[in-house]
Ligand binder design. Structure first.
Ligand SMILES: NC(=O)C1=CN([C@@H]2O[C@H](COP(=O)(O)OP(=O)(O)OC[C@H]3O[C@@H](n4cnc5c(N)ncnc54)[C@H](O)[C@@H]3O)[C@@H](O)[C@H]2O)C=CC1
Ligand SMILES: NCC(=O)COP(=O)(O)O
Length: 332
């Protein structure tokens, strides 16, 4: 793999802000930066650039290997044609196959070793599911495309890293389905990922409680005693520095955060509310456990501002930078 192996950025939901963010990310490129290319429809990106008044020349490429030469003077686009014209803010199920194809082709390139990693733009999950997509999100889809590996979804910003143990479930289902084996699995993936991809030799895991006041000695729930404490002890027996259960309302403030490298949280919003509150613009979503690098902005499709030119590319830029760092650690 050459040191100029590019990153592949997927189109995400074409009616969302992904196209605008990709154009702005190319504009923010700096000399010496690792190149990236977009898996998207070149005509629609060129039209979007004109509509938004951003000066971004678009150049079609046939293979990832052509991205490095094109990147300094134009945004390289590996064509994935859309079936229907795009109306910003109004996802069309007819374009779901192209959105999915972009992800699948990125994974094929990653497996073939022609790219250094994948950065995904946000998808409109319900639109894909209406088209027959069986997965709750990228995380689960990528795990399957990688051959059924075990993964964890981590969100990271400079001040905090969080992993929701249960991911894309209703709160009721998350509570019902919580079990110790899931916590142990997430803890193992977290420890390995932080060591191998983030250079933290002995990662410290803070495991959140599920209930208020960590269950108040059973008066407010017994999941801590029955599920979470045994899982923490199992991780400790494996030599992983896990501690908890930590009451979730007091573990994310500034003075508490330096005591751990990642917070293992019991459900989606327990993890994502603190990080998006601390750093919505700079947060990055990373899938740990994959045999290739995958990052993403922390936010979604932002349909309410799509096509207005108001989308902030900071999180996509942070995702690109983090994918570059992780790829270097993997020797790309
Ligand atoms: N990795 C992915 O594919 C993700 C996909 N989603 C999907 O996105 C869709 C919309 O989700 P929401 O909960 O509405 O969250 P959202 O993040 O799309 O929007 C929440 C609010 O933040 C604003 N916002 C988001 N990104 C912004 C940006 N770059 N610049 C300026 N403002 C921005 C939006 O305008 C909106 O007001 C859902 O279908 C969800 O499943 C959500 C998160 C991640
Ligand atoms: N809220 C985070 C999120 O939905 C990320 O999902 P994924 O598509 O990256 O799995």
């Amino acid at each position: 793999m050459s040191t100029t192996a590019p990153l592949a950025v997927t189109m995400g939901e074409p009616a969302g802000v992904g196209g605008e963010l990709s154009l702005k990310a190319w504009q923010a490129r700096h000399s010496g930066a690792r190149p990236f290319f977009i898996l998207d429809d070149p005509d629609r990106l060129a039209a979007l650039a004109r509509q938004l008044g951003v000066d971004v020349p678009v150049r079609s490429i046939g293979r990832p290997e052509e991205a490095a030469a094109a990147f300094p003077s134009a945004l390289p686009v590996l064509p994935v044609p859309l079936a229907a014209a795009v109306t910003p803010g109004r996802p069309d199920v007819a374009n779901a196959p192209a959105t999915i194809e972009a992800i699948e082709r990125a994974v094929q390139f990653a497996k073939a070793g022609t790219i250094a990693g994948i950065v995904t733009n946000p998808i409109q999950k319900k639109t894909l599911q209406d088209a027959g997509f069986r997965h709750p999100g990228h995380t689960e889809f990528l795990a399957e495309l990688a051959g059924g590996v075990e993964v964890a979804m981590m969100l990271a910003c400079p001040q905090l890293r969080v992993i929701p143990v249960t991911i894309h479930l209703s709160l009721a289902d998350a509570v019902k389905s919580l079990d110790g084996e899931q916590i142990v699995r997430a803890g193992r993936i977290a420890a390995r990922g932080l060591r191998d991809l983030f250079g933290i030799e002995h990662p410290r895991l803070a495991v959140a409680a599920l209930n208020p006041h960590a269950g108040e000695q059973g008066a407010m729930g017994d999941e801590e005693r029955l599920i979470i404490v045994p899982a923490i002890e199992a991780l400790q027996r494996e030599g992983i520095a896990a501690r908890g259960p930590a009451p979730a309302d007091t573990m994310f403030h500034a003075a508490a955060r330096p005591a751990y490298d990642v917070a293992l949280c019991m459900y989606h919003d327990q993890a994502l509310i603190p990080i998006k509150t601390i750093d919505f613009a700079g947060g990055v979503n990373v899938t740990l456990g994959l045999p290739f690098v995958r990052t993403s902005p922390d936010h979604g499709t932002a349909l309410d501002i799509a096509g207005t030119g108001r989308a902030d590319p900071a999180s996509l830029l942070a995702a690109i930078d983090m994918a570059d760092d992780m790829a270097r650690r993997r020797g790309h």
